[in-house]
Design a protein around this ligand. Structure first.
Ligand code: SF4
Length: 302
């Protein structure tokens, strides 16, 4: 542990704060976090903490979800540059246009959306429960956003008529995986199993042995009866996998699958965030109430 990490631990105690870190965060940040997980696991942790301050090491939409579920807590984002490009692809007013175009069609928004957009949908979902949520809604036609590839995955799994909103939303990290590269890796490591995230394109998903969220990948890796796994998501997850499953080998499916928004959070910024109590995440009361309804509905249905 370095000096800055020790200072952060000291400040955490003094300020009655906890640090939550997403699976894609830098290793040195994961190492000082109180909890590491995917976006919804982090929100659940935020909901049950007694801490006065939550330092949320992730991207904007995740910190906003923590505020929506815990409006009485002070939630800080260490970096103002940690903005998820996919969440920005669905501005709330654009989503409203789609709702007007398809009146009466229920809408599901992936949690990777801005708080004000979540406030406008019927129910939220995560990559782990998207299929379950779509199945639970008694309608054949659904609006789904903002990730087109997750929408395709849900359509494939449920047989429902899914209208992607916007038409071409995507995660810039998960479109970096190429089917041919993965087939070559599978040839090179014939014993290994390939895990990919459902934000990957369909042709990539087709060649995977397991498709799931980052937390589902961690569970799968622990239980898999193989010694090697190829990891088809942001490379930050490999740090957690190596710590939790030390007896297995993890091969990045693409070493360049790096989310620059996630990596905008640095140890220095976490330290300053705690010291100066910045940058507080603020949402309107109305957006919080509306988005809370969509997130709670998701928790009910999943
Ligand atoms: S990995 Fe993709 S969806 Fe996740 S924060 Fe980065 S850009 Fe957004």
């Amino acid at each position: 542990m370095n000096g800055l990490q020790r200072e952060i631990l000291k400040l955490k105690q003094e300020k009655e704060a906890i640090v939550l870190a997403h699976n894609y965060q830098r290793p040195e940040i994961q190492d000082i976090a109180d909890f590491i997980g995917d976006s919804i696991e982090l929100c659940r942790k935020a909901r049950h903490t007694q801490a006065r301050i939550i330092v949320f090491c992730g991207v904007d939409f995740m910190a906003q979800s923590a505020v929506i579920l815990n409006p009485d807590k002070k939630v800080l984002m260490p970096s103002q540059g940690a903005l998820c490009p996919m969440a920005q692809m669905l501005p709330p007013d654009y989503f409203e246009l789609f709702k007007e175009k398809y009146p009466g069609v229920p809408s599901i928004l992936y949690v990777n959306t801005l708080g004000e957009a979540k406030a406008l949908c019927d129910v939220c979902c995560t990559s782990a429960n998207a299929v379950k949520i779509a199945e639970a809604i008694p309608a054949q036609r659904l609006l789904f956003g903002p990730d087109k590839h997750l929408a395709d995955f849900v359509a494939f799994k449920t047989g429902k008529d899914i209208i992607p909103v916007p038409a071409g939303g995507y995660c810039p990290v998960h479109v970096l995986f190429e089917r041919d590269d993965l087939l070559k890796l599978k040839q090179k490591y014939p014993e290994a199993l390939l895990m990919v995230h459902p934000e990957c394109p369909h042709e990539v998903i087709e060649v995977a042995d397991f498709v799931g969220s980052t937390s589902q990948m961690c569970r799968f890796a622990k239980e898999a009866k193989v010694r090697q796994l190829i990891v088809g998501t942001e490379i930050g997850l490999i740090h957690r996998l190596k710590k939790e499953v030390p007896d297995k080998e993890f091969i990045p499916a693409n070493p360049e699958a790096i989310c620059t928004a996630m990596k905008a959070v640095t140890l220095e910024k976490v330290y300053l965030s705690l010291k100066e109590e910045k940058y507080e995440v603020v949402l309107s009361k109305e957006a919080i109430n509306q988005a809370q309804r969509a997130l709670k509905k998701m928790m009910e249905l999943s």
